[in-house]
Ligand binder design. Structure first.
Ligand code: ING
Length: 311
């Protein structure tokens, strides 16, 4: 009898700079109620799910920047979400901006947490692949200042056992890097949960609009299959103060097939029943890591950062 888990990704539509955390938490709670109504026991919310995607704005006043960060979790605004999830017995992934102190130093992280059905925070992840830039780009239509506002995550890619599954976390740009999933795959991950905020326009280089969604879905499908894991990806979508973010929240099976996908760019719940043993045959055959991987040939992956052509 295979293990089944009813899960959902809760896509959020735009959060404008003027929107309060209280109003956003009301939207998260509405999605949580809908997930409960569909029998979901695990819900994935987006990256930076409590505020607008503030890295699009050039700011120099640290107090203004820090207003987008949470100093504790749960806190007064998010406690109602934690309480209702515990009442429903639902575990969830939540992305937010974390302001903390480490060894006497203030640290700013793009963070996600894994909350168990009893309300305990059992996992904590800090975004490692920070995209964008750190200096002001005056000619760009908007900024992407994650390298300026966040410190690089310092906790690696880990997995936790929850809801009778092995669950790992990553955030947005992490999903484009195969190393993200393989490190979790080598820990037996069965569900990779992630949130994302992906601008509709690529400010780094002009590219056809359709490639934004194509590259997003490609990254999910390829890495789900290559690590025989479910990938649950929740977008913050729509036009935030006029700046577009793609939707495309999706539940991707270990076979690489899309099990469910959002149709809108608003608040939308997408759910599916995950067969947690669906990937087992892949882990026993084509992706039996212990049989087929040849790590003696992979050294450059961790010894070399940028590509070097020596021929
Ligand atoms: N957003 C984008 C993403 O990886 C990005 C960053 C923009 C990547 C343009 C590539 C091109 O989906 C975040 N928040 O990482």
């Amino acid at each position: 009898m295979s293990r089944k888990l009813r899960a959902a990704v809760a896509q959020l539509g735009p959060i404008h700079r003027a929107d309060s955390r209280t109003s956003v938490v009301k939207r998260l709670i509405a999605l949580l109620r809908e997930a409960h109504g569909q029998g979901a026991r695990f819900v994935v919310f987006p990256e930076l799910a409590l505020t607008t995607f503030f890295p699009r704005w050039w700011m120099t006043d640290q107090e203004e920047i820090d207003r987008y960060f949470e100093r504790e979790m749960p806190n007064a605004e998010t406690r109602p979400l934690f309480d209702l999830a515990r009442e429903f017995g639902i575990g969830f992934y939540l992305g937010y901006a974390e302001l903390t102190a480490e060894h006497g130093q203030t640290r700013h992280y793009n963070t996600s947490i894994l909350v168990a059905p009893d309300g305990r925070i059992v996992g904590h992840y800090r975004k490692i692949h920070l995209p964008g830039h750190s200096e002001h780009l005056p000619n760009a239509p908007f900024q992407h200042l994650e390298k300026r506002y966040f410190d690089v995550g310092n906790e690696g890619f880990r997995v936790w056992r929850m809801l009778d599954a092995v669950i790992g976390m990553c955030i947005c740009n992490d999903r484009r890097w195969p190393e993200t999933y393989r490190v979790m795959g080598l820990q037996g991950v069965e569900i990779v949960a992630l949130g994302y905020n992906t601008p509709t326009e690529n400010i780094h280089h002009p590219e056809p609009l359709h490639l934004r969604m194509f590259h997003h879905i490609l990254s999910l499908q390829a890495n789900a299959y290559q690590n025989a894991a479910w990938v649950l990806a929740a977008a913050k979508a729509g036009a935030e103060d006029g700046f577009g973010l793609i939707g495309g929240s999706a539940i991707v099976a270990p076979t690489g097939e899309i099990a469910a996908q959002a149709l809108s760019e608003g608040d939308e719940l997408v759910s599916a029943t995950l067969d947690l043993d669906l990937g087992d045959y892949l882990k026993r055959t084509v992706f039996a890591f212990e049989k087929h991987r040849r790590i003696e040939h992979y050294g450059l992956i961790t010894s070399r950062t940028g590509a070097v052509t020596e021929v």
